[in-house]
Design a binder for this molecule. Structure first.
Ligand code: ATP
Length: 238
């Protein structure tokens, strides 16, 4: 099996006439966590949207050696890519349980799905307590936990996380990121994490890419990026 799960080469994306990504190259290793850092408007969200077929792209995107660029989102999801979008993407009028069931819609293995419900409730006990509650009535942190659980119910190979820390209290963020680490280690789910909180993301990820106006300007192991003088000054604040 190849060491690389997601390989992206020469990725360009645009909204109408507006070009946003200008030829990105990046990888996510099998079982690894890659983060894409960058300021507002650098193109991080668009990069995730490109991987799951939600924007018009050029360039090559391969998942497990198979081309997925140009495919419909539905097919990319079926190949094992789950997306936790910014703004979370839970169904606010559905209960916690119903949201999880929606997450498993591509799966036929009912017994395994039932086990995964329990697994999600083990990761996030608060969701179990609130399983009959409407998602719209949950706190911000609980909604983020639900969004992640819903995506995990797909049993993805690759989890795309868009700013999971956004708007959450520091303690909730810490708890969430510890769970990401646990999920990555125990379930071997690879992750592509987009974050404005660089110091947090670099603690979780093994590899990082820094985007500026749609281009990768620095890449490397998280440790090397953390020690980069310009990253420290501009993104880590020390
Ligand atoms: P943020 O952290 O603020 O979300 P980002 O790095 O995720 O920033 P993107 O959301 O990918 O950046 O946006 C990159 C550029 O694309 C921005 O200039 C933005 O204005 C533009 N853009 C994003 N979505 C659209 C859209 N639907 N139509 C037109 N332009 C868009």
């Amino acid at each position: 099996m190849s060491d690389i799960l997601l390989q992206v080469r020469g990725l360009r994306a645009q909204y109408g006439q507006t070009k946003v990504l200008h030829g990105l190259d990046f990888d996510v290793k099998t079982g690894g966590i890659t983060t894409i850092l960058g300021a507002n408007g650098a193109g991080k969200t668009t990069t995730l949207r490109a991987v799951c077929g939600m924007v018009q792209t050029q360039g090559e995107i391969t998942l497990g050696g198979e081309r997925i660029d140009g495919k419909a989102t539905e097919n990319i999801v079926r190949q094992g890519v789950a997306h936790v979008p910014d703004g979370r993407g839970t169904f606010l009028n559905f209960s916690v349980e119903e949201n999880l069931r929606v997450g498993a819609y591509t799966r036929k293995d009912k017994a395994e799905v039932a086990l995964d419900f329990e697994r999600m409730y083990t990761y996030f006990p608060r969701l179990k307590e609130r399983r009959k509650q409407q998602a719209g009535t949950l706190s911000g942190g609980e909604q983020q936990m639900l969004a992640v659980s819903r995506a995990l119910m797909l049993r993805p190979r690759l989890l795309l996380l868009d700013e999971p820390s956004f708007g959450l209290a520091p303690l909730v963020v810490q708890e969430l990121f510890e769970i990401f680490k646990a999920i990555n280690q125990s379930d071997r789910i690879s992750m592509l994490l987009v974050e404005q909180n660089a110091s947090l993301a670099l603690k979780l990820a093994d590899h990082a890419y820094l985007l500026e106006t749609g281009k990768v300007v620095i890449s490397g192991t998280s440790e090397s990026i953390r020690n980069d003088e310009s990253v420290r000054r501009s993104y880590l604040g020390y």
